[in-house]
Design a protein around this ligand. Structure first.
Ligand SMILES: [Zn+2]
Ligand SMILES: [Zn+2]
Length: 273
């Protein structure tokens, strides 16, 4: 828990900073946004749904935003639907939001799984460039990114001026720079040590963060070659703005002003300047 921040303040918990390749105990993609006692999930890779319950009751998770149809980002949507099929429900489960391409892939998995149905939760298809109200005064904006068909990045703006922009998976693209422009927290994939389409690497991630004028950058989604001292050296070399290599279980405040990054209870590895 963040000791200096109120429970009302937005914060981010990294549930999974890894990928589909098991390494270092890092789960596939999953990130939890907590705000005023409610929860929102950015991607739902394997294990993320149950991991989130350590920080918030699942009944208080209002939204699940899926970035793209790869399994390491959305397979646990099936686990979420299974949960909804097991528990008595006084209210609808979390609204699952994603591009039509991503929803089509999830629906394909769901159709072949006995007992599951997309009707177990509200579904909200999203287009690129769309703006949607989440909680009171909290706005979501979507942007297309360069990974696979239907890949979306998400920006969440809070009433006090704080904002979180999540890249999902992408390689270098100007649409992400535009979406993330002057965001206070940029949650950015940096999957590999060297250029590897369709992903980012330290140099491209650093340029993207600088062009976006992001106040803080949290790097995530590390393949094995990104979990090396050489990768950390490259990050130090190329980043001219504050950055952190995130770690599963670390919590980061989403602040409106530029301040030092203070990961709390289980501290992420800080290598920023
Ligand atoms: Zn992907
Ligand atoms: Zn991925």
């Amino acid at each position: 828990m963040v000791q200096s921040a109120s429970r009302q303040d937005p914060r981010l918990v990294v549930l999974g900073s890894g990928t589909g390749v098991p390494v270092g105990g890092r789960r596939p993609a999953g990130h939890l946004v907590l705000y005023a006692g409610r929860g929102l999930l950015l991607d739902l890779g394997p294990g993320a749904w149950h991991a989130a319950s350590r920080y918030v009751r699942f009944q208080r998770i209002d939204y699940v935003l899926l970035s793209h149809p790869h399994l390491d980002h959305c397979l646990d949507t099936l686990t979420l639907l299974f949960t909804m099929s097991l528990v008595p429900r006084q209210r609808p489960g979390p609204t699952v939001m994603a591009s039509r391409e991503t929803l089509r892939q999830v629906e394909h998995w769901v159709r072949s799984t006995p007992g599951l149905s997309m009707d177990l939760v509200p579904i909200r298809p999203l287009n690129a460039g769309e703006r949607v109200s989440l909680w009171d005064g909290v706005e979501l904006t979507t942007g297309a990114v360069a990974h696979v068909a239907g890949s979306l990045a998400y920006r969440i703006d809070f009433p006090d001026g704080a904002s979180l922009t999540y890249s999902g998976d992408t390689t270098w693209c100007l649409t992400l720079v535009q979406l993330a422009y002057r965001t206070t927290v940029l949650l950015l994939e940096c999957a590999h040590r060297h250029p590897s389409s369709p992903h980012l690497w330290p140099e491209s991630a650093a340029v993207l963060a600088r062009w976006a004028e992001a106040e803080q950058t949290l790097l995530t989604h590390f393949y094995p070659d990104a979990l090396t001292p050489a990768f950390r050296q490259q990050c130090r070399r190329f980043f001219s703005t504050p950055f952190v290599l995130t770690r599963d279980g670390a919590t980061y405040p989403i602040r409106s002003r530029p301040t030092a990054i203070e990961p709390s209870s289980r501290v992420g590895e800080q290598v920023g300047r």
